[in-house]
Design a protein. Structure first.
Length: 614
């Protein structure tokens, strides 16, 4: 009886809190910033993001940002030459510091100077072609390393390394890390096309004395990467690694030397086709390991996929990719794969590889494959938002000392412009080890992963109530072009529905189903909506755009990567242990024959009009 009275009292208090919050809501604005392809790194108590075109910003709360560095202007303060004199961005990559390295045999050899602008194809400039830098601190070198893409047409791109004593610079050019486009078919800014490979580090990495046949192709992008979009990370064994690449040739990975910041040439790679050793010959689109480019971990066949980012969270390495076109209506969307190994294989919830063996359209409403776990899609009318989000992508992730993770990305909007801003959402791990993004941006820690993993943070009565529900379907409409159209954009974004979760485990409203606690003593939750299971977590989070407006939120995902968000305003942060109150709701998934199936069974379901094997 006492327990029933206590639960009833909690329900009344929660109702009162909800009413008061709704009546007293106060709008709040944040100091926004536009940094495309933001990569986050932390120094002390300050968060830094570096992005394309030298845009950079810093914050003490991951919410309010100020810019620094001067960007691509004459006021740029990010770079210096080897003598310590400040130089402009156009001259930042002329003369490298590192003059010798150990080659693939471990022999010390001369490292000839690589002028990154000279390597660009004829007609290219540095302006507008400094893309997606990533910054990491090397304890061994005692310096900050910046990895910058110097892009050009015809795949004549390079990723270079710069070093600084202070995170805000100035950064001094150390040398190239990996180059692409050495096919002898296009002139470069600094030299002609003949034997262009000799100006790269190909011989140091592989011992080549002539251009290998597999690189002698007029269809470079069908086989080999464009060396852009670096992500640099330490694995759990302290090895410094870099992933890179794009639609062209897929995403690849190599090991780095943490003393110099450049490539570790002593770590060699076999030539492999479909994971098996092979004789080197003509280019093969199924190359999975290459002596120069390293290990292929995703993409291929010119399928969509760029902005790779890898972080170890909990028990797995997670590979983040952005699929689709990056303009507001072109279907840009973040997907996630995972592996126990930093080199893969990376797979999604259907155990499908991130590496493709043939071309498939993999984004938008005409997508031929549901590959990768989606984090979110285009949506509007959510919380306090007046303008909908679209084309979220090219993200990075920060994992703090508590193991809590935060998703950092740029988003565009449904306002008919190309404008973009940075957003940060907490990330959580569900009971199946998949990542789910919080429904609102980060405004301070309110629920931690440790709490979710170790405590029951809510009773059935506290969870009960009327929610706004937002589904992020896998195949979302996409214009498949660069057109910016506000009315089209708004009509093809997801809007919330209304559902009621009852304490007895039922769900009614615009979508029907059930909910249940997933494990005793933890805050995992399973939602069954229209016969489909979504596994996630319950958290407390402020409604974006309102001051001190805590909401009860649920974020979950299905095994095939469809996220769902729910929230109701008003929340209690009381920590409880009420495993005896757990609701025993059914979890039903049915195949086409009407038979119930689950993990360990074989069957088929229909998702977005497509048959999916379980």
């Amino acid at each position: 009886m006492k327990k029933k009275i206590l639960l009833s009292t909690c329900g009344l208090l929660l109702a009162a809190l909800t009413t008061a919050t709704a009546a007293d809501k106060t709008k709040v604005s944040y100091q926004e910033v536009s940094v495309h392809d933001p990569s986050i790194v932390v120094d002390g108590n300050t968060y830094y993001i570096f992005g394309s075109h030298l845009d950079a910003a810093k914050s003490t709360d991951m919410l309010n940002w100020t810019t620094f560095g001067g960007a691509q202007t004459d006021a740029c303060t990010l770079f210096a030459n080897s003598a310590g004199k400040q130089v402009g961005y156009a001259d930042a990559y002329n003369s490298q510091v590192v003059k010798s390295v150990k080659n693939y045999k471990g022999e010390t050899v001369t490292f000839n100077n690589f002028n990154a602008h000279d390597w660009q194809c004829a007609g290219s400039t540095i302006l507008g072609n400094q893309w997606a830098p990533d910054v990491v601190y090397s304890k061994k070198a005692g310096k900050w390393f910046m990895y910058m893409s110097i892009n050009a047409d015809h795949w004549a791109s390079a990723i270079v390394c710069l070093a600084a004593d202070h995170i805000e610079g100035p950064y001094v050019y150390q040398g190239p890390v990996v180059c692409s486009g050495f096919q002898g078919r296009y002139d470069h800014v600094g030299y002609t096309k003949k034997d262009d490979w000799k100006h790269t580090d190909l011989a140091i990495a592989t011992g080549a004395t002539s251009l290998p046949e597999r690189y002698n192709t007029n269809a470079w992008g069908s086989y080999w990467p464009n060396c852009i979009d670096p992500c640099v990370f330490y694995d759990e064994n302290g090895v410094l690694r870099m992933t890179y690449g794009s639609w062209s040739g897929g995403i690849w990975e190599i090991q780095l030397d943490e003393a110099t910041g450049l490539r570790d040439y002593t770590h060699t790679y076999a030539y492999q086709i479909n994971g098996k050793d092979a004789e080197e010959g003509a280019a093969d689109a199924n190359t999975t390991s290459d002596p120069y480019f390293g290990k292929k971990i995703a993409g291929g066949y010119y399928v969509s996929g760029e902005g790779s980012f890898v972080r170890h969270i909990g028990d797995y390495y997670y590979l983040f990719l952005s699929y689709g076109g990056l303009t507001p209506n072109a279907g840009y969307v973040m997907r996630v794969f995972r592996s126990k190994n930093p080199e893969g294989p990376f797979v999604d919830g259907q155990d499908v590889s991130a590496v493709y063996s043939s071309y498939q359209l993999n984004y938008g409403d005409k997508s031929a494959t549901n590959r990768g776990m989606k984090l979110m899609g285009a949506y509007g009318s959510w919380g306090s938002m007046a303008t909908g989000e679209r084309a979220q992508g090219h993200n990075s992730v920060y994992v703090d000392s508590d193991g809590d993770a935060f998703l950092v990305y740029h988003t565009k909007f449904d306002d008919g412009t190309y404008g973009h801003q940075v957003r940060v959402h907490p990330l959580f791990v569900n009971e199946d080890g998949w990542l789910v993004a919080a429904p609102f941006r980060y405004t301070g820690k309110q629920t931690t992963q440790h709490q979710i993993d170790n405590q029951r943070l809510f009773t059935a009565d506290e969870l009960a109530g009327t929610y706004q529900l937002l589904m992020h379907p896998y195949q979302q409409s996409c214009a498949y072009n660069d057109k910016v159209d506000a009315s089209w954009s708004q009509s093809h974004e997801q809007k919330p529905q209304t559902v009621t979760l009852a304490a007895d485990g039922t769900i009614t409203g615009d979508v029907s189903g059930s909910w249940s606690y997933s494990q005793d003593g933890k805050s995992y939750i399973t939602l069954t909506l229209d016969g489909w299971d979504y596994k996630g977590v319950k958290i407390v989070q402020n409604v974006d755009g309102y001051k001190d407006d805590p909401a009860t939120c649920i974020t979950a995902t299905s095994f095939d990567g469809v996220p769902v968000w729910l929230y109701k305003e008003g929340a209690t942060t009381a920590i409880r242990s009420i495993s005896s109150e757990a609701v025993k709701a059914k979890k039903n998934i049915y195949n086409l024959a009407g038979q119930r199936v689950g993990k360990g069974y074989h069957g088929m379901v229909i998702r977005n009009g497509k048959k999916i094997c379980l």
